[in-house]
Design a protein around this ligand. Structure first.
Ligand SMILES: Nc1ncnc2c1ncn2[C@@H]1O[C@H](COP(=O)(O)OP(=O)(O)O)[C@@H](O)[C@H]1O
Ligand SMILES: [Mg+2]
Length: 301
């Protein structure tokens, strides 16, 4: 996580951003960008580059390593700074606030804008960098691309899914995206996993979530990571968030993934609120969601 990103960010000069952008460019070609290449990519002269490299390294935005040559690369914090810079240039973001959440694969912060919004930095390539490298068939010199590339792709996929399903599905309204970051409205309410529902609310809340899953299916998506961690509940209803892994209903595994989502969700309710939900026929229920023929979870018990 960025240590005090707000103060680091405020302190950066335009030349620091030239340097960071130059490094970002260079990292398309090699993991560690040679010092001479940076001069070329960043369009700064030699002394300026050395000065900026030191400044950015002190602030944790880049790291250096001596291999056969002295190489530099962006850290995730450096990549964050570039995305944040773009959002401020576009007037999407006016200021940086407190952390809202740390997920399996993201850091989420409050940001100032026309109203408080949420900024999600994707970290996918970072948290499972090793596994990703093993799975992919990149050539040796291209393996490095994976952490930036994976996080950026995840942000793109999440934004696209949010834009498609909003407003039919209750999701945080998408506002903007850049690189590995997505800006969206803040979640109303708290995570389902942290909420303690009254007995009388349990079935009703489960029904609401299932209705959103049916709505998502109608708009062409299966969430595919449904759990008590990715749903918020509040006085205004339920909100489904965390969409980077969502798959199209055209995908051959869509029915199975929907089934797994239903199973995860119903399983959670059965564990946390025993005796409230009954014995639900998950298969029949997910078929009903697909066919948009679902009224209440009770009829599948
Ligand atoms: N729009 C939002 N508003 C407020 N908090 C959010 C928002 N999106 C995510 N969070 C918080 O950040 C955490 C991680 O976000 P999430 O989208 O679930 O990513 P991950 O893939 O890392 O699980 C969530 O559990 C939640 O607490
Ligand atoms: Mg999550």
């Amino acid at each position: 996580m960025v240590r005090n990103v707000a103060s680091v960010f405020r302190d950066l000069d335009p030349e620091d951003f030239y340097l960071l952008s130059g490094l970002e460019h260079g990292m398309r070609f090699s993991e560690w960008v040679a010092r001479e290449k940076i001069t070329e990519f960043a369009r700064l002269d030699g002394d300026e580059v050395d000065y900026r490299l030191d400044r950015c390294e002190d602030r944790g935005l880049i790291e250096r390593k001596t291999i056969q040559y002295q190489g530099f690369r962006l850290t995730f914090e450096g990549y964050d700074a570039l995305a944040l810079r773009t959002f401020t240039e576009r007037d999407t973001v006016e200021g940086f606030g407190a952390p809202l959440g740390v997920g399996k694969e993201s850091d989420v912060y409050e940001v100032r804008s026309y109203k408080p919004l949420a900024l999600k930095f994707h970290r996918e390539g970072y948290t499972n960098f090793r596994e990703v490298q093993k799975e992919r068939e990149y050539t040796a010199d291209n393996e490095h691309i994976s952490w930036f590339y994976t996080a950026r792709k995840a942000a793109e996929r999440e934004y696209e899914a949010l834009e498609t399903v909003y407003p039919e599905v209750r999701v945080p309204r998408p506002i903007d995206h850049n690189r590995h970051a997505v800006v969206m409205e803040k979640l109303p309410g708290v995570e389902l996993g942290k909420a303690r529902l009254e007995d009388a609310q349990v079935v009703g809340v489960l029904d609401l979530i299932l209705e959103e899953m049916a709505a998502a299916y109608r708009t062409g998506y299966v969430h595919a990571d449904m759990s008590e961690y990715n749903v918020a509940v509040g006085s205004e209803g339920v909100t489904m968030f965390d969409w980077p892994q969502a798959v199209s209903t055209d995908h051959e595994n869509a029915p199975e993934l929907l089934e797994r989502d239903v199973e995860n969700l119903v399983g959670y309710f059965e564990r946390k609120y025993p005796g409230q939900v009954g014995d639900v026929d998950v298969l029949a229920l997910s078929r009903a969601l697909r066919e948009d023929d679902f009224e209440t979870v009770r009829s599948f018990g």
